[in-house]
Write a protein that binds this ligand. Structure first.
Ligand SMILES: O=P(O)(O)OC[C@H]1O[C@](O)(COP(=O)(O)O)[C@@H](O)[C@@H]1O
Ligand SMILES: [Mg+2]
Ligand SMILES: [Mg+2]
Length: 336
C-alpha cells in the first residue's frame, strides 16, 4: 500500500515514514467503519480482560491492537509498543522505526457513541534494544499524532514541522489534507479536568480550578466553561480547534501518584503535537518533551493547551503552600 493510495496529498509526509503513515491511515479507515456499525458488528464495548496497566480491555481495544499490529508488520516498523501488550513486540527485523500506540483511546466511550481515537508516536529504532527504542527523551520523536473517530474522522499528525490534519472523506475513502499548519488558538475560556477528583488534588491544582470556578467574582475576573469528554483525543482535538487547557494531575488516590495518562503512547505524542501547534505541554511544571519515560506503561501528570494557561498552572505550583491553601479572597498573588 502506497501512502498516495489512501492520502490525497502526501507532500508533507517524510518519504521514509510514508509506509507507516499509510498503514495507520488504512487501519484507521477500517476502524472508522467498524465503529460506525456499532452493535451491528458485535459487542465492541464488552469487557474481555485486563492489560498490564490494570485497565479493563474492551473488545474494540483488542480488535484495534490486532489490526494495527497486522498492518504495521508489513512496514519498516521494527518495534511495536502498545498499551494492550505487556512488552515491546519485534516486527520487521530490518525495520528502522519503533512505534508506540494507544490503539483505542477513550474506551469508556465506545458504547455511548462519543468520540474515541488512536494515538501514536514514532521513534528511530535502536537495533537490539526494543524497550530502549521507546524509553527515550520525548523530543526524539520523529512523528506524533492521533486519529479521532467522531462525527468526522481526522488524522492529525506532526513530523516536527507544524501540524497537519487530514479528513477521511466518507465518499471516496481517501484521507484529504484540510489543514497544513494547525495552531492552538491563544485565547479561550475553557478548561477540562475530571472534577470528581477535586478532593484528591494538591492545593495548587485546587487553587487553580477554584479560581476558574470563581469566574468574574474571583481573581481571574472572567467566567469559564468546563468540558470533560474522558477521551484524550477528543479533548486534544477540541483544544487544537478552539484553545483551552486540559489537566490530568497526580492525585492522592492509590495508583494515581503520577496521574492516569501514559507517557509513551499518550502524553509524549500529544505533547509533540501541541508544541508544534504553538501550545505548551507539561507534567504540571516541566515540559513533557524534555522528559524520558522510565517504564513502558508508566504514567505522568499531564497539563496541555494554550501556552499562557499552561504557564499559569506552573506558576500556581510554584506558589508557597500557605498561598494556594488560602481562599482566593485572601490570596495575594493572581488577584485581579
Ligand atoms: O475516567 P477518567 O479518570 O476521567 O479518565 C479519562 C482518561 O482516560 C482515558 O480514557 C485513558 O485512555 P484509554 O481508554 O486508552 O485507557 C483518556 O482518554 C481520558 O483522558
Ligand atoms: Mg488512552
Ligand atoms: Mg487505550
Amino acid at each position: 500500500m502506497n501512502a498516495s493510495d489512501v492520502i490525497d496529498d502526501t507532500s508533507r509526509i517524510p518519504a521514509d515514514l510514508a509506509p507507516v503513515i499509510a498503514a495507520l491511515a488504512t487501519v484507521g479507515r477500517s476502524l472508522c467503519r467498524t465503529i460506525k456499525r456499532g452493535p451491528l458488528g458485535g459487542a465492541l464495548g464488552a469487557g474481555v480482560g485486563e492489560n498490564l496497566g490494570g485497565d479493563q480491555q474492551k473488545a474494540l481495544d483488542v480488535m484495534a491492537d490486532e489490526a494495527f499490529a497486522a498492518e504495521l508488520a508489513a512496514t519498516p516498523v521494527r518495534y511495536y509498543a502498545s498499551e494492550e501488550q505487556d512488552d515491546v513486540v519485534e516486527m520487521n527485523p530490518d525495520g528502522r522505526f519503533a512505534l508506540a500506540i494507544d490503539p483505542l483511546d477513550g474506551s469508556s466511550n465506545i458504547d455511548v457513541n462519543v468520540s474515541i481515537g488512536t494515538i501514536f508516536s514514532i521513534f528511530e529504532a535502536k537495533p537490539g534494544d526494543p524497550l530502549g527504542s521507546v524509553l527515550r527523551p520525548a523530543h526524539e520523536q520523529l512523528a506524533g499524532g492521533y486519529i479521532i473517530y467522531g462525527p468526522q474522522t481526522f488524522l492529525v499528525v506532526t513530523f516536527g514541522a507544524g501540524v497537519q490534519s487530514y479528513l477521511l472523506d466518507p465518499d471516496s475513502g481517501q484521507w484529504r489534507l484540510v489543514e497544513a499548519d494547525l495552531k492552538v488558538p491563544e485565547f479561550s475560556r475553557e478548561f477540562a479536568i475530571n472534577a470528581s477528583n477535586y478532593r484528591h488534588w494538591s492545593p495548587a491544582i485546587r487553587a487553580y480550578i477554584d479560581d476558574c470556578l470563581a469566574g468574574d467574582t474571583g481573581p481571574r475576573d472572567e467566567n469559564y466553561n468546563m468540558r470533560w469528554v474522558a477521551s484524550l483525543v477528543a479533548e486534544t482535538h477540541r483544544i487544537i480547534s478552539r484553545g483551552g487547557i486540559f489537566l490530568y494531575p497526580a492525585d492522592e488516590r492509590a495508583g494515581y501518584e503520577r496521574g492516569r495518562l501514559r507517557m509513551v503512547y499518550e502524553c509524549a505524542p500529544i505533547a509533540f503535537l501541541i508544541e508544534q501547534a504553538g501550545g505548551k505541554a507539561t507534567d504540571g511544571h516541566d515540559r513533557i518533551m524534555a522528559q524520558t519515560a522510565t517504564e513502558l506503561h508508566g504514567r505522568t501528570p499531564f497539563v496541555f493547551g494554550s501556552a499562557v494557561k499552561v504557564d499559569r498552572v506552573t506558576a500556581y505550583q510554584d506558589l508557597p503552600v500557605e498561598e494556594v491553601s488560602a481562599l482566593f479572597g485572601t490570596r495575594g498573588l493572581f488577584r485581579a
